[in-house]
Design a binder for this molecule. Structure first.
Ligand code: PMP
Length: 428
């Protein structure tokens, strides 16, 4: 696209939507069409999408499009009528979770799902205090946005812990078991802090793979033992599967990668392949207390249309055996990256699960000084080469590879070739 056209669109966007809305890439992309793992721009150029997890079964998947169209033509209303579609969907979705999960509350965004999750934890425990990580993001409503470092220090109902991780550990001298204990002590300190402030504890809110935190390797058993700690003081473990859910990690749910069973699970993004579908699942006792205390209603949620789309997404994940594909292609991608890492000093750590990988970019492997500018250079260079990826993490220095799940080995190979030549050209 010409520089003039890009400048015109950016100015028009500012005028109509307001200032300060970020775009990806120094040279923003004007996407007009998507198909599978490909995005096409206004000039007819195609880009391999290594960023978008929302269209998990691929952009414009025909089975999802067809389900959406058929249901729209038939009926779409709110949830104050009887309709079997949403019940069938709730039954199928809850059956994909661990055995205690039986009941669902549907919403239209991940933020709303986390609102419901924290209302549910508070309703069930009569507590208020919630703990997240220092670098968490769980949504943008007034209450959910407090689940991050951005909250006001005056807010006594929210506390956070350092991101539990191996790479930038709180104490680099500790062996992994001792490190798990150290992070659990930090969690206990925040629980005790609530007690000292007279704030009754409601629970812990974590993404099971700490995606927005930069996808660090988590000290072993931290999640399971954190759940025990939370339960010991009457709290609940809310697991935010908005990023990790729906086969992303090579398991249905992120919590399966670290072997624990959360009490309340929020989901979103990939759930509707781009259609606004999100929700919470939990044991019926928790959902019933929440329903009785809040009388929750959400106009566009729990609709026949949401159910039809949600069913279609699960159909594709099952019929195209995407769990197997994610594991195979994810392993292939990781292997290729490992080979490149041998001669690529800034790529200090490769981590993640399934088709969600993070590459820690540093100025120097020994000092581990983060290199967000270097990571940004790679992202922008690959955009020019026709590959779309992004950055994440506390320091903005983690390259994020998170393509639609229909990403195949041939796509991984295309990317690896481009990535290798991009990093070879990177300014040192
Ligand atoms: N939880 C996590 C882990 C997220 O990454 C996000 C969005 N990036 C949300 C919740 C919020 O979802 P939404 O934007 O659909 O409200």
């Amino acid at each position: 696209m010409s520089t003039q056209k890009t400048a015109d669109l950016l100015a028009r966007r500012e005028r109509l939507l307001g200032v300060g809305i970020a775009t990806f890439y120094q040279d923003p992309v004007q996407i007009v069409r998507g198909e599978g793992v490909w995005l096409h721009d206004a000039d007819g150029r195609r880009y391999l999408d290594l960023y978008n997890n929302v269209p998990c079964v691929g952009h414009a998947h025909p089975h999802v499009v067809e389900a959406m169209q058929r249901q729209t033509e038939t009926l779409n209303v709110h949830s104050r009528y009887l309709h079997e579609g949403i019940l069938d969907y709730a039954e199928r979705l809850t059956a994909l979770h661990h055995d205690a999960i039986s009941t669902a509350v549907f919403t239209c965004s991940g933020t709303e799902a986390n609102e419901v999750a924290i209302m549910m934890a508070r309703a069930a425990t009569d507590g208020r205090g919630l703990i997240c990580t220092d670098a968490a993001y769980h949504g943008n409503s007034t209450e959910v946005r407090k689940l991050s470092r951005l909250r006001s220090a005056a807010d006594k109902e929210f506390r956070s812990i350092p991101v539990p991780q191996l790479y930038r550990a709180v104490d680099g001298d500790l062996a992994e078991d001792a490190l798990t204990d150290a992070y659990l002590d930090l969690l206990q300190a925040e629980i005790d802090g609530f007690a000292a402030d007279g704030v009754p504890f409601a629970g812990l809110v974590l993404c099971p793979i700490l995606a927005n935190e930069g996808l660090p390797d988590i000290p072993s058993d931290f999640m399971a033992r954190a759940a025990d700690k939370v339960h010991a003081v009457g709290g609940l473990f809310i697991c935010d599967e908005v990023q990790a859910g729906f086969a992303r990690t090579g398991r249905w749910w992120g919590y399966e990668t670290s072997g624990f069973e959360p009490d309340i699970i929020s989901m979103g993004k990939p759930m509707g392949n781009g259609f606004p579908l999100a929700g919470v699942v939990a044991p019926s006792e928790l959902v019933n207390v929440f329903r009785e205390k809040t009388r929750y209603f959400n106009t566009f949620a729990s609709s026949p249309l949401q159910a039809a789309v949600g069913q279609a997404v699960i159909d594709v994940i099952e019929q195209e055996d995407l769990l197997t594909r994610v594991n195979e292609v994810g392993a292939h991608l990781r292997e290729g990256l490992r080979a490149i890492q041998e001669t690529c000093e800034p790529m200090a750590d490769i981590r993640g699960h399934g088709l969600f990988l993070g590459l820690e970019w540093v100025k120097d492997r020994r000092s581990k000084e983060p290199d967000p500018e270097g990571a940004d250079w790679v992202v922008n260079r690959l955009r020019q080469d026709g590959f779309l990826l992004g950055r994440a993490g506390e320091n903005g220095n983690v390259l994020k590879l998170r393509p639609p799940l229909v990403f195949e080995q041939e796509h991984a190979d295309l990317f690896l070739t481009a990535f290798e030549s991009a990093v070879a050209d990177a300014p040192s």
